[in-house]
Design a protein around this ligand. Structure first.
Ligand code: UDP
Length: 251
């Protein structure tokens, strides 16, 4: 059963379970979608029904970042832990490499996907990177055609939120891929264009702080994080008082 965090339902899975589920989806005929909402995306969903539909329709909804895990804890329906999208995708690529599977890298500024492709091919021998495309195209049709020409096992969609979630929903019926995931700035990380937080920072759940220090322009976006936690606290109070919709207040 999924865990509701402020209107977005997350799959309560560990990283290993998420990768197992992703690999099972790759083995299953059809096009499957993974989304990785962070607090910012949860807040965006509250004012964007189209994004909410795209997130709800996904086969796997993973909590990207510790903020979502804290909110779930506040709401007394804990998640096993964070499952950052960039790590999930690496888990899938490591497994695909063992079986000669293929990936297509879509998104980020021109040149980034190619650099990411070179680095990933070195890191995961056996992995076939069958195509790259930057994320600043205007017409999706030729992009879909190029992807379909190589039918990758796994398509990494790194267009930022909410563009990537909407793009996946709009194009799912036309795409010939087994699994696709919306992964924000992951290609920048794989390419080394944005440094990944050192392990200790990640273990202490301070990856967000590290990113903020490296990209101070993110402050405008991060301001949403306290609002997200307050929203969770308000929701918890409402639920505790039995004032959630359809429920009579308990006296
Ligand atoms: N991006 C893109 N096309 C666009 C807008 C953004 O390919 O039209 C890329 C951008 O270059 C960056 C990624 O999407 O690589 C978004 O990264 P961000 O750090 O915002 O995502 P996060 O990891 O925070 O979700």
């Amino acid at each position: 059963m999924r865990i509701d965090v402020l209107g977005v339902e997350f799959d309560p899975v560990t990283m290993d379970e998420a990768v197992d589920r992703g690999m099972a989806l790759i083995r299953t005929p059809g096009v499957h979608t993974v989304v990785t909402p962070n607090p910012e995306i949860v807040m965006l969903c509250r004012e964007d029904p189209e994004l909410t539909q795209a997130v709800r329709g996904a086969d796997l909804v993973l909590p990207d970042g510790i903020g979502v895990v804290y909110a779930a804890r506040i709401l007394r329906r804990p998640l096993p832990g964070k499952v950052p999208g960039a790590d999930f995708a690496e888990g899938i690529m490591a497994r695909l490499a063992r079986q000669g599977g293929s990936v297509y890298l879509l998104g980020a500024k021109p040149g980034i996907a190619e650099t990411a492709a070179d680095k990933l091919a070195l890191k995961y021998p056996g992995l076939r990177v069958v195509g790259t495309q930057d994320g600043y195209f205007t017409d999706s049709r030729p992009v879909v055609e190029r992807i379909n020409a190589v039918s990758p096992d796994f398509l990494l969609v790194c267009l930022g939120a909410p563009k990537q979630e909407k793009w996946m929903r709009e194009n799912a019926d036309r795409l010939s891929v087994r699994l696709m995931a919306g992964l924000g700035g992951s290609l920048d990380v794989y390419a080394g264009a944005i440094p990944r937080a050192p392990k200790l920072w990640r273990r202490l759940n301070l990856e967000w702080l590290y990113r903020l220090l490296k990209q101070p322009s993110r402050i405008g976006r991060m301001i949403k994080l306290p609002r997200f936690i307050f929203a969770a606290l308000r929701q918890r109070r409402r639920e505790k008082q039995g004032k959630i919709e359809g429920e009579e207040p308990k006296i």
